[in-house]
Design a binder for this molecule. Structure first.
Ligand code: PYC
Length: 331
């Protein structure tokens, strides 16, 4: 038997986005968080089949559109990537909204604005168009906050590091230049991935940060290596590690949100400030500290992230259940 998925493929700031526009399964659940659980329990083979080799690769990510469950929202998004179904994904949202609007799959109630339900909560979107093309998307994200600071670890074959943990839709271990980490130019991609795997495992053995109002969201999943910018008109650069083998080609929307909360907590940014964030490959998002707030009694910020995406083609993919690699593989 073949399961057929019609996909719009593209990228946001270089990182892949695969919007599954046909073939998404019907899900149970009263909100996108519950539907995410249902998808993971019953349909995870679709994610692994579409994201891992031989139909995808280590960086593959994307998602599905669903009717929203909450009043006053336009659309629901379920994200998928090699590491699972993230509560929130910034580059994925920018791509999915862009391709969804351009293909008439999302029809906003108010042109240029959307309220979108994601597993992590409700996000506000503004976007601009030129003709039929969406030229930019700005996400007013879920609240971001710093969950822990000053965690000391000793990384074998590298050295001692002090890391902070910050939430921006997913939990990030933030590593700033210090001691053995002299900046991104001193590490190659394989080294960043190997060190990140070790750092994440060490942190997971020490701490399990839990979202202050949604305990379904917990655990450090990503490592953000912070650095100075490459260009004079940017404010910072990062390499974000996710899954088992991926460095985000975009500046990472939830990572940028987590970094903004981190910088605010350190007094290096304040409400209203803008932060141009470069990715590992030099692509950009514009981050902004939109507001300060509380999240379950904890100091938090409302970050926004702005970027753009471009579709690269249509991809009708089937998963043949007779295929040895129906559920995908990774090496
Ligand atoms: O943009 O939020 C993001 C993201 C998460 C993982 C990869 N990209």
């Amino acid at each position: 038997m073949k399961n057929i998925f019609f996909c719009i493929d593209g990228h946001t700031a270089g990182n892949p986005v695969r919007l599954v526009a046909g073939g998404a399964p019907l899900l149970h659940g009263e909100n996108m968080g519950e539907r995410r659980k249902d998808f993971l329990a019953r349909f995870d083979w679709i994610r692994t089949g579409l994201c891992f080799e031989p139909r995808g690769h280590d960086m593959m990510s994307g998602g599905f559109l669903y009717p929203p469950t909450q009043a006053d929202t336009d659309i629901g998004i379920l994200f998928m990537e090699t590491s699972g179904c993230l509560p929130m994904c910034g580059h994925g949202t920018i791509g999915i909204i862009t391709f969804g609007i351009e293909h008439g799959l999302i029809v906003p109630r108010e042109p240029g604005r959307l309220k979108v339900e994601v597993p992590a909560g409700i996000i506000d979107i503004e976007y601009g168009t030129e003709g039929k093309k969406v030229t930019w998307v700005r996400i007013r994200n879920v609240p971001a906050y710093v969950a822990a600071t000053g965690i000391k670890i000793d990384v074998p074959d590298f050295g001692p590091l002090t890391v902070d943990i910050s939430y921006g839709g997913n939990y990030y271990a933030i590593v700033e230049p210090q001691g053995p980490y002299e900046g991104l130019d001193a590490l190659n991609a394989d080294r960043i991935k190997a060190l990140s795997r070790t750092i994440r495992a060490q942190l997971q053995a020490i701490i399990d940060p839990v979202h202050p109002v949604d305990p379904r969201i917990h655990g450090v999943s990503h490592v953000l290596w912070a650095d100075k910018p490459m260009s004079a008109d940017a404010d910072g650069r990062n390499a974000v590690f996710y899954g088992d083998n991926a460095i985000d080609r975009s500046p990472c929307g939830t990572g940028t949100s987590a970094r903004l909360a981190h910088l605010v907590s350190k007094g290096r940014l304040k409400k209203g400030d803008r932060f141009i964030h470069e990715s590992y490959i030099g692509s950009r998002f514009i981050g902004r500290v939109e507001d300060v707030t509380k999240l379950g009694g904890v100091d938090a910020i409302i970050p926004s992230i702005e970027g753009s995406a471009i579709a690269t083609g249509y991809n009708t993919i089937w998963i043949d259940q007779d295929d040895t690699f129906a559920a995908g593989f990774s090496v």
